[in-house]
Design a protein around this ligand. Structure first.
Ligand code: UDP
Length: 426
């Protein structure tokens, strides 16, 4: 197999770990898992590392396996041209005003059916899964090859994007494929399509693994030490934004918010972390160039994009350190399907200032467990307000952590998935 690559040897995660942290969910999940033990699930998405989908699958797969399911994960090995087109489709579905050309559509469908398609049919033949889950637009049209396989698995399409304002023609182009799935999982009720039977749609909020290297507690002294070895030689106050360099994440807006806040907090520093891991995001390098132009000559801005900048430190440890050292975390997105970076920072009891988007509004209730903003001016005002008021930071951070514990931990996501697996198999 050349085009669909199995992701193996993931670090084990046992669902038992959640017995204490989320006991009710734990009990329900164990009971339900007894009923679907042995079921074989095949997940397919675009990449095994980089971005929120891979982040979740890295925990979801081992956790499903620890519950007696047989969950397998495959990712696409596709040429740059394919990922350029699928990033365009991603942007169009998130509301960008542009057009997919006939040649782009042809290349996309052709690559899926002739290259990935062969491997796909082989996997179905060999594994004979009960359930097939396709994540996001990159592998979405694989569904059209299903009739060629003997045993028909139940099929689920999991879309992680902000689909509140999709470009109509792009959605129309994908519609015939989407309609072929037995179920569609979205992150927000506002992402539903009018033409899709609502009985087929499930809403599942994404979630984080509190025990992962990225999310577990870290001492401030360790965070400082890690960042010191990576060139952040600063005892000055720090704010950060952790995201791919992507126009929807609005890194330029985050930089402007920082400059405005710096007028009142002169020694303020900004870390922008967006290590280039996700091969399905070829746009990142272009956006990074622009970001660099806007930040050149400012010794208080630290940009992290190249994996080599991390030396011997793992990405997960680095991101943990960035959140831990930050007084305030920004996620100044203008579109966001959900925004796991918001969840991660909230879990760390950080006050998060997020762009008022569908996905971030699922997590942040303004003025209660974080702040929602539309402009860099608003963001800067809240940065200054939070820096001046330690009590406010503590109150918001505590509430943020509580929100994540109640709604956005991966044990809940696993229970939601098990329910769907049970229902689609009926
Ligand atoms: N991330 C990372 N290293 C980076 C930047 C981001 O590990 O340098 C991770 C981040 O911690 C989060 C994921 O990438 O787990 C981003 O998920 P999110 O849902 O916020 O955005 P997406 O990239 O999927 O649009």
């Amino acid at each position: 197999m050349k085009y669909l690559i199995p992701v193996e040897n993931l670090p084990a995660f046992d669902f038992k770990k959640f017995k204490k942290l989320t006991p009710l969910i734990y009990e329900k999940t164990i009971r339900l898992s007894g009923k679907i033990k042995g079921g074989k699930i095949v997940h397919i998405n675009s990449v095994s590392y980089g971005g929120g989908v891979a982040e979740m699958l890295r925990s979801q797969i081992p956790l499903e396996n620890s519950l007696g399911l047989n969950s397998l994960w495959y990712t696409l090995s596709a040429p740059l041209k394919f990922f350029n087109i699928t990033k365009k489709i991603h942007n169009l579905l998130q509301g960008k005003k542009a057009k997919l050309s006939e040649n782009e559509k042809k290349y996309y469908l052709n690559w899926i059916s002739t290259k990935a398609g062969k491997d796909f049919c082989y996997i179905l033949e060999k594994e004979s899964p009960d359930i097939l889950i396709i994540h996001d637009p990159q592998p979405l049209p694989l569904i059209s090859l299903l009739s060629k396989s003997k045993k028909q698995p139940r099929t689920i399409l999991r879309l992680h994007l902000d689909l509140s304002t999709p470009e109509k023609n792009t959605l129309k182009f994908l519609k015939k494929f989407i309609l072929r799935y037995n179920s569609v999982i979205l992150s927000h009720p506002d992402y539903k399509f009018s033409w899709l039977d609502s009985n087929k749609v499930e809403i599942i909020y994404p979630a984080i693994n509190p025990f992962s290297v990225k999310n577990r507690p870290m001492k401030l002294s360790q965070a400082k030490e890690i960042l010191f070895t990576l060139g952040v030689h600063s005892d000055k106050p720090i704010i950060s934004q952790v995201s791919r360099f992507d126009p929807w994440k609005d890194p330029l807006g985050a930089i402007q918010s920082y400059y405005l806040a710096k007028r009142e907090i002169p020694n303020l520093c900004l870390i922008l972390a967006g290590i280039f891991f996700a091969t399905d995001d070829p746009e990142a390098k272009k956006i990074f160039k622009e970001v660099k132009k806007h930040t050149e000559g400012d010794p208080d801005i630290y940009l992290f994009s190249d994996p080599y900048q991390l030396k011997n430190v793992s990405n997960d440890l680095f991101i943990n350190a960035v959140y831990t050292i930050s007084t305030v975390v920004l996620q100044k997105s203008i579109r966001e399907g959900f925004g796991l970076t918001v969840t991660e920072a909230m879990w760390k009891k950080k006050p998060v200032i997020g762009g008022e988007t569908k996905g971030i509004s699922l997590q942040i209730t303004h003025n209660k467990n974080g702040f929602l903003v539309k402009t860099p001016y608003e963001a800067a005002n809240y940065i200054v307000k939070l820096f001046k008021d330690k009590k406010l930071r503590k109150r918001i951070g505590e509430y943020a952590h509580k929100t994540v514990k109640e709604k956005f931990l991966i044990s809940r996501l696993i229970l939601d998935h098990l329910r769907i697996y049970r229902n689609v198999r009926r």
